[in-house]
Design a protein around this ligand. Sequence first.
Ligand code: NCD
Length: 304
Amino acid sequence: MRSLIDILELTTQEIDELIDVANDIIANPAKYSEKCHGKKLAMLFFEPSTRTRLSFEAAMYELGGNVLGFSEAQSSSSAKGESVADTIRTVSCYADIIAMRHPKEGAPFVATMKSRVPVINAGDGGHNHPTQTLTDLLTIKRKKGKLGGFTIGFCGDLKFGRTVHSLIGALSRYENVKMVLISPDELKIPEYLKEEVLDKKSIEYKEVTSLEQVMPELDILYMTRVQRERFYNEADYIRLKDSYILTPEKLTSAKSDLCVLHPLPRVNEISTAVDDDPRACYFDQVLNGKYVRMALIMKLLEVK
Ligand code: NCD
């Protein structure tokens, strides 16, 4: 039995296979409509979510399965003081697979030790978000035709942004990926990622504070929201929240085939005037999230 807590638990070959399945689902959805008939997905969401939660639910329904769960900690026994371990022991009596989002880093990993069924990390604090990474990789593959051989800029909150951490890890395994890390000094990526991923894998990267300065070099621009809920101090959030705002004017110096990604939700960091630009790929990304989660659910349930 396998869970998915960190994207690096999947080999690049397995990621390729998931992308191939997702592409096949997009082309032939009817073929998959009964694949998870009789199976139940439990959704344990201890933190807010729109896309991740609803795309998991839609994914399971489109596979012919069913969904149960809760969308906030307050409506579960965690509000009465129940531990994650006991919640998981309980839920794994009722469901065939679990997707869990939690504000504490490592909570889904702890869950794997108590669960009788596969657990998928749907975001753990400021740490990791592997299924968003699968979504991002599928989108990049569909837009660029390949994973590798490009320069990607990560812009915004690189310190607390879990989607950035997982995507950097995943992309560090492909050939010729250059990374440009664009953030205020206070929101640079954590040291552990530099030491254990970027330096270890000899990735070519640089850290800059200006988006405009690097815009012409980028093939992909991954924008992110400043993660308000991870700040100790509201004043710091207010000071940093509008550090980067992507506008049509800023895109004038960008490549004509730039791909702008964002895991969403956006707050202010991409002007809505950018949405009609053909380079804006973030709503395609939203749709891709459902298909790649369908592929992942089938893989972990060992459905052929
Ligand atoms: C992201 C998350 O939850 O980390 N959202 C998502 O799952 N698509 C990004 C964010 O909240 O900023």
